[in-house]
Design a protein around this ligand. Structure first.
Ligand code: ZN
Ligand code: ZN
Length: 180
């Protein structure tokens, strides 16, 4: 008989099943939000309700243009799994909760190495008051992520004059209300 899964494994297994409902051609993500040992919300990456999905359209512009991770999210039609999970719960529910996140490559079905939330989802997770994100990485295994560290990274980036962690510096000249 297989060993009894740990709590992390248990919820990550559920997140892996959730991601199979994803509708993007590039990667499938599934998120499960847990509080007090209870699943309060799930979400997978998919187009907004009523909007045609990447899979139905047969194309995802981010995939076609081979956009590197972290850029041009608007080219894919999907609402990210983390965002969907958060909007299906109230803030009172997500406050102090744990989010479990799994992503797989659509082509290979293997775990994606881009296993951590994107910069936009990090902000959503921070505002939802989620205390911890547990992700599954093909090389590192189960990874525990602390949203407090993302807040520190954003503030460090802001102090250096860049918009987002890892983003190139933004020229702020000409934004002080010049008439031209
Ligand atoms: Zn897509
Ligand atoms: Zn995201």
């Amino acid at each position: 008989m297989p060993a009894r899964p740990s709590k992390d494994e248990y919820y990550l297994n559920i997140a892996r099943e959730v991601c199979r409902r994803g509708t993007c051609l590039r990667r499938l993500y599934g998120a499960v939000i847990v509080k007090d040992d209870q699943i309060i919300s799930t979400g997978y990456a998919g187009a907004p309700r009523g909007v045609v999905n990447c899979v139905d359209l047969g194309r995802c512009l981010r995939q076609e243009m081979a956009v590197p991770p972290g850029q041009r999210y608007e080219l894919c039609r999907s609402v990210h799994a983390e965002m969907n999970a958060v909007i299906h719960a109230s803030r009172a529910q997500t406050l102090g909760a744990v989010m479990y996140l799994v992503g797989i490559e659509k082509d290979s079905g293997q775990l994606t190495s881009y296993s951590e939330p994107c910069l936009l989802c990090r902000r959503v997770i921070i505002n939802a008051g989620i205390a911890k994100v547990v992700a599954l990485n093909p090389d590192k295994g189960i990874v525990h992520l602390d949203p407090e560290e993302w807040i520190a990274e954003e503030n460090q980036a802001a102090a250096k004059g860049v918009g987002m962690p890892g983003a190139p510096p933004v020229a702020l000249t000409g934004m002080e209300g010049s008439e031209s």
